[in-house]
Design a protein around this ligand. Structure first.
Ligand SMILES: Nc1ncnc2c1ncn2[C@@H]1O[C@H](COP(=O)(O)OP(=O)(O)O)[C@@H](O)[C@H]1O
Ligand SMILES: [Mg+2]
Length: 241
């Protein structure tokens, strides 16, 4: 459903993403792995339109999208940003409602159903629904960030390092919930992760990003056995797995 073609993006004169192409099919989970500073966050922000690309195009279902976040949200994309960017002194419930901003004219019954759906995915959020977002644990905040993104009813969820700062058990719980959404509802996932082992486990295809370019790509299970990937991305993590 998503096709990115020859994308360029950067900051001022410094090009970070150079001629990058990738695709995510409907119901597919795709990983982007790569070292710190490779351009993963810049890539997701450019795809989402929160940071303008300077060249190339982003298509959803064959339509080239305008370079605005609104257009990309309406095309069915939602981003769970690296820093989560919750509204700390708003309640869990209000953070979820804000995620449905584009659908604010939908019948309130629909919004209640969608909130109930997020609660069914992450029951702890229901228990904490009146608490300020900033009082949640790291894992709960990540669940809320995902829940808020789901409130725009995306068909493609872009996730920027969801495992950052979380205990492995919590990360696993979150990725399993996302996987259920993918298999149950056909949600497509573009998962950016520094934790390559984890990313390759939860996806069927992956791209290795180095210095803003695709260095390697292929089925995740093949990449996880590729000596170059093992040496650069899996070796040092074996200790943490
Ligand atoms: N706001 C910014 N202004 C200038 N340079 C930036 C900005 N954000 C990121 N960069 C630079 O872009 C490169 C890629 O960063 P980033 O996309 O955050 O990589 P990653 O997410 O893979 O760690 C880095 O060299 C970083 O210093
Ligand atoms: Mg990043």
């Amino acid at each position: 459903m998503l096709v990115v073609r020859d994308l360029n993006a950067g900051y001022g004169r410094s090009e970070v993403i150079r001629g990058l192409s990738l695709r995510v099919d409907a119901g597919e989970a795709v990983a982007v792995i790569g070292p710190n500073g490779a351009g993963k966050t810049t890539l997701l922000n450019a795809v989402m339109g929160t940071h303008a690309e300077t060249g190339g195009e982003v298509q959803v279902d064959g339509q080239v999208l305008a370079r605005t976040t609104g257009d990309r949200l309406r095309a069915g994309m939602a981003l769970v940003p690296e820093r989560r960017e919750l509204f700390g002194s708003l309640s869990v419930l209000d953070n979820l409602r804000l995620g449905a901003y584009l659908r604010r004219h939908s019948p309130s019954q629909r919004l209640r159903e969608d909130i109930a759906f997020v609660f069914s995915l992450f029951p702890v959020l229901q228990e904490r629904q009146t608490q300020w977002a900033q009082t949640l644990s790291g894992g709960e905040q990540q669940m809320l960030a995902i829940g808020r993104a789901l409130m725009s009813q995306p068909r493609l969820l872009l996730l920027d390092e969801p495992s950052t700062g979380l205990a492995p058990r919590i990360t696993l719980q979150i990725l399993q919930a996302l996987d259920r959404l993918r298999t149950g509802r056909g949600l497509s996932l573009l998962l950016v992760e520094q934790n390559a082992r984890l990313a390759l486990q939860f996806t069927s295809r992956a791209y290795v990003l180095e210095m803003g370019e695709v260095a390697l790509q292929g089925p995740s299970h093949e990449l996880s056995e590729d000596p170059r990937v093992v040496e650069s991305y899996l070796g040092s993590e074996a200790r943490h797995a």
